[in-house]
Design a protein around this ligand. Structure first.
Ligand code: FES
Length: 80
């Protein structure tokens, strides 16, 4: 059976940066490196994804998390 890592795309465009996306990315990375998701996910930093009004934006799998928080991302990872 093929296993794939889940993709997490964190926007680091200018509006998301203003909305603290860098701090959010660091807290997601910390969670991914220590918790139940260790080795299961791949985090990728992106440029603007055109959802600026809803910054910060984090895509988990195929789900777009607008006004993302660590909790929203973790909940989404558990669902996917
Ligand atoms: S800056 Fe993040 S969606 Fe545009």
């Amino acid at each position: 059976m093929e296993s794939r890592r889940k993709l997490i795309l964190v926007c680091e465009g200018s509006d998301c940066k203003k909305a603290e996306s860098k701090a959010l990315r660091k807290s997601i990375e910390k969670e991914l490196n220590s918790g139940e998701f260790k080795g299961q996910c791949k985090l990728i930093r992106t440029k603007c994804m055109d959802f600026c009004k809803s910054a910060p934006v984090v895509i988990v799998g195929e789900h777009v998390n607008k006004k993302a928080t660590l909790k929203k991302v973790i909940d989404q990872l558990k669902k996917s």
